[in-house]
Ligand binder design. Structure first.
Ligand code: ACM
Length: 698
C-alpha cells in the first residue's frame, strides 16, 4: 500500500534529504507510480482532481511532430480557440515536440476539441462544466457542453501526457467527468499585502489547472483599499499607499479568468474591517476614526455608520460603479468581525437602535445587511457574506461563506441558505494538505437532508495575506490547494491520502512549469539570506522545517503590515514533500522494528540516511548562519536539529537491537518536547515521526 514511498531503492535515488535528491523523491514517486503500470501500460490514475469515471483502453496515443489540433462542434468561440492554443503550447513545452501554432481546419486532426456552446456570457453556478475525453492510438477527442468543460478536458489531457521510452504518450482511455460542487474557489486577500496583477494571473492559471472556478478577490480590508473608484478617488488616494488595481486592470483580470473558465467574485468588506474606507471618507464612520491606514492586524473598532442615509448613498454609488467591472452575479460584502463598540455607546446610534427596536449590535448589522442587500438586488447582484451575516432577518437568497466552523454551514443550510465552506481550508493555518483534503463540505456522515445538501454550493480555499507577499504567496497556496481542489471536484469517496500525495508531487512540478513560483522562491530567499549562491547545506536544513500557523507567528512576532517578510520562515514552505513520507516511514518502522520485511528494512534505511544527511549539512549551514545576521537567530534551532537527528538515528538502532539504554527514552522525549517550543516561527517536520519512533522503543 505504501510501497510508493520506497518505489525506488535508495541506491536508485530515494528521498534523501540533499536537494538534488529531493527532486529525485518526486521523480521516484512518479517513476514508481508509472512503473506500477509497466505491465499494463501507462498510468491512467494520475489525474488530479480524480475524474468521475476513467475506463482504460488499449494502447497509447503517441505525441509527435505531425500532431494537428482542430475545433469541431457548434461552438468555436474565440475563447475556446485561445484555450486550445494555450493547451497546445503546454503540450509542446511538456514534450519538447514543436506543435502547430494554428488550429487545423479539418476535423480529421489528431486532437479534436468540441463544445456545444460557449456557455453563458457571464458564467454562473449552473454552468455545465462536464466533459468527455476519448483517447485511442489514433486520435484524441475532447467534447463538452460548454467551453468551460472543454478547457477542463484539456487540463486532464495535459496531465495524462507521460514519458514512455524515448517519447511521450497519452494512454488510451475514456474519461467522463463532471464536478461534484459548482462553487470551487480560491480567495486571495490583496489588502494586507498587495499582489501585482501578474501574481494573480499565474495563480489563476494554477486554479484552471486543477479545475477551480471561482476567484474570490478580497479587495478591501483595514490595511488597504485596492480597487480604483473613479467616483470616489480618495478611496485609493488615501487608503492604498498607491498600491491598487486600476479599473482597466480589474477588467483585464476578469477577462483573463473568464478565458480560463473562472468567475471573479469581488469582496468589498463592510461595515467592519473598514479602516481603509474611513481613512478616505471619515464622514462615513460610526464615530471612532482610524489613525491612517491600519498597519497592525486583528479586529479593529472602526465601522461604517449603519444609521445614516449618506452611508447607503455612498455604498450604492460605489457598488453600482463596481458592477461595471465585475459582471459576476455574486458580490461579497464581507460582514465578518464587526464588534463596533461605537454601536453600544454613541448617543445617535443608541437612539437609532431604540427607535427601531433593535436589541443588540447583531440586529443593527442585520439591518445594515438588509439595506445593502436591497442595493445589490437593484443592481441585479446576489449577496455573499461571511457567516456573521447569517440572521433570520435576511432572505434566503444570500450565500453564506462559513469560516468560523463547519457547523455554521450546516446551520445555514437547515435554515434554507446556500453556503460555501471555508473553515477547514485556511491556508494560513499551515495545516498539511492531507488534513485539509479530508474536510468535506458535505461529509458522508452529514445530517442534512437531500434538499439541504443541495444548498451547499461547494468550498473556497482562503489565502489571507497578513504574513506573505508576492514572493511567498505561491508557496503558501501551492501545491496544497490542488489537493483541496480534488475535494471540491471529485466524488465524496475519493479520500485516499497516500494516493493524493502521490499525485500531488508531479502536479506540483506541473504547476511550476505553468509559471508558479512555489518551488523556486524559497531557494531565492535562501540565496538572499546567505548572500551567496552556495546554499546547498542551508537547503538541506531548510527542508526539515515548515512555517507555523498565522496565529503562532503572530504571537511570536506581533507581525504587522510593516514586518519584513524575508526571514528564514519565509523561505520554508508548509507541508514539504518529505513530511508525509517521513510519517509513513516512521509508522512502518514502528510496526516492524526489527526490519523483518523488506518494506521495513527499506523504511529504516531511508530514515537513517535522512537523519545522516541532515546531520552532515548542519555544520556548514551553521557556518552560513553565523555570518549572516538575518540567519543567526536560527542558530539554536539548527543546533537542536542536530540533536533531533541524533535522537532519530539512535531510535532506529535501539528499535533494531530491541533495547534502549536506561533513561534514553526520557531524554529523547524531552528533546522532542523542546523542539515544540515556539521559536523563529518555524517548526520541525521531524517531530511527529520522531515521536512515533521513540515511543516504539523499549
Ligand atoms: C475571516 O477570516 N475573518 C473571514
Amino acid at each position: 500500500m505504501m510501497a510508493w514511498v520506497f518505489g525506488a531503492k535508495p541506491s536508485a535515488g530515494g528521498w534523501h534529504v540533499k536537494r538534488k535528491q529531493w527532486s529525485l523523491l518526486q521523480g521516484a514517486v512518479l517513476a514508481c507510480c508509472l512503473s506500477a503500470h509497466a505491465e499494463t501500460g501507462p498510468a491512467v490514475d494520475m489525474v488530479m482532481p480524480t475524474p468521475s469515471s476513467v475506463v482504460a483502453g488499449k494502447g497509447v496515443f503517441r505525441l509527435g511532430a505531425g500532431l494537428t489540433v482542430a475545433i469541431a462542434g457548434r461552438s468555436s468561440s474565440e475563447r475556446l480557440e485561445r484555450g486550445v492554443l494555450r493547451a497546445t503550447k503546454r503540450l509542446e513545452d511538456k514534450t519538447g515536440i514543436p506543435l502547430p501554432r494554428q488550429i487545423a481546419a479539418n476535423t480529421d486532426a489528431s486532437v479534436v476539441v468540441s463544445a456545444e456552446k460557449d456557455g453563458a456570457p457571464v458564467q454562473g453556478v449552473d454552468e455545465d462544466e462536464s466533459y468527455t475525453l476519448t483517447v485511442t492510438s489514433s486520435f484524441i477527442h475532447v467534447s463538452a457542453a460548454t467551453t468551460a468543460g472543454a478547457l477542463h478536458g484539456l487540463e486532464t489531457l495535459i496531465q495524462l501526457v507521460q514519458a514512455q521510452g524515448s517519447g511521450y504518450v497519452v494512454p488510451a482511455l475514456t474519461v467522463k467527468d463532471t464536478p461534484r460542487f459548482p462553487w470551487r474557489g480560491l480567495m486571495i486577500d490583496c489588502s494586507r499585502h498587495f499582489e501585482p496583477l501578474d501574481v494573480l494571473k499565474r495563480n489563476i492559471d494554477g486554479m484552471a489547472a486543477v479545475k477551480l472556478n471561482v476567484f474570490h478577490w478580497h479587495l478591501i480590508d483595514d490595511q488597504g483599499f485596492r480597487i480604483e473608484s473613479k467616483l470616489h478617488p480618495k478611496l485609493t488616494g488615501a487608503g492604498s499607499d498607491g498600491l491598487f488595481y486600476t479599473q482597466e486592470e480589474a477588467r483585464e483580470l476578469v477577462r483573463y479568468a473568464r478565458d480560463r473558465g473562472i468567475r471573479v467574485v469581488p469582496e468589498f468588506e463592510m461595515p467592519g474591517h473598514s479602516s481603509a474606507w474611513l481613512v478616505a471618507y471619515p464622514e462615513l464612520a460610526s464615530e471612532t476614526l482610524p489613525r491612517g491606514i491600519r498597519r497592525e492586524f486583528g479586529i479593529s473598532d472602526v465601522s461604517l455608520d449603519p444609521t445614516r442615509e449618506e452611508t447607503y448613498t455612498f455604498i450604492n454609488s460605489f457598488l453600482q460603479e463596481m458592477t461595471t467591472l465585475f459582471p459576476d452575479r455574486y458580490m461579497h460584502i464581507g460582514g465578518d468581525e464587526t464588534p463596533a463598540p461605537d454601536w453600544k455607546t454613541n448617543e445617535r446610534i443608541l437612539a437609532f437602535k431604540a427607535a427601531h427596536q433593535m436589541k443588540d449590535n447583531d440586529a443593527l448589522q442585520a439591518y445594515f445587511n438588509q439595506r445593502v442587500l436591497a442595493i445589490l438586488t437593484k443592481l441585479d447582484r446576489r449577496m455573499v457574506g461571511w457567516d456573521e451575516i447569517l440572521n433570520p432577518a435576511l432572505p434566503k437568497d444570500v450565500v453564506v461563506q462559513s469560516w468560523r466552523g463547519e457547523a455554521s454551514l450546516a446551520k445555514g443550510a437547515q435554515q434554507g441558505y446556500q453556503g460555501v465552506l471555508s473553515a477547514p481550508y485556511y491556508l494560513d493555518a499551515m495545516k498539511p494538505a492531507g488534513q485539509m483534503y479530508l474536510a468535506d463540505p458535505v461529509p458522508a456522515e452529514t445530517t442534512l437532508n437531500a434538499a439541504q445538501q443541495k444548498l451547499i454550493l461547494g468550498g473556497e480555499v482562503t489565502m489571507w495575506a497578513e504574513q506573505l507577499d508576492s514572493r511567498t504567496i505561491d508557496s503558501r497556496i501551492w501545491p496544497r490547494t490542488a489537493a483541496i481542489a480534488e475535494r471540491f471536484w471529485s466524488a465524496q469517496n475519493v479520500r485516499d491520502i497516500d494516493s493524493m500525495y502521490q499525485r500531488l508531487a508531479p502536479v506540483s512540478v506541473e504547476l511550476e512549469a505553468l509559471g508558479l513560483h512555489h518551488l523556486s522562491n524559497g531557494d531565492a530567499m535562501l540565496r538572499s539570506l546567505a548572500g551567496s549562491e552556495e546554499i546547498g547545506p542551508l537547503q538541506t536544513v531548510a527542508q526539515a522545517f515548515e512555517p507555523v500557523s498565522f496565529g503562532e507567528r503572530y504571537n511570536q512576532q506581533r507581525t504587522s503590515q510593516l514586518t519584513p517578510l524575508t526571514n528564514f520562515v519565509d523561505a520554508v514552505r508548509p507541508d514539504p514533500p518529505a513530511k508525509h513520507a517521513l510519517e509513513i516511514a516512521a509508522a512502518i518502522v514502528a510496526g516492524d522494528p526489527k526490519g523483518r520485511k523488506e518494506e521495513g528494512r527499506d523504511a529504516r534505511e531511508e530514515l537513517r540516511s535522512f537523519f545522516a544527511d541532515i546531520a552532515e549539512a548542519v555544520p556548514e549551514a551553521r557556518g552560513i548562519a553565523v555570518t549572516n545576521p538575518r540567519l543567526t537567530p536560527m542558530l539554536p534551532r539548527i543546533d537542536l536539529l542536530s540533536r533531533l537527528t541524533k535522537t532519530g538515528t539512535e531510535a532506529l538502532q535501539y528499535l533494531q537491537s530491541g533495547e534502549a539504554p536506561a533513561g534514553w527514552k526520557v531524554m529523547a522525549l524531552a528533546t522532542i518536547d523542546e523542539a515544540k517550543r515556539p521559536s523563529q516561527s518555524v517548526r520541525y517536520i521531524l517531530s511527529a515521526p520522531l515521536l512515533t519512533l521513540v515511543n516504539a522503543t523499549h
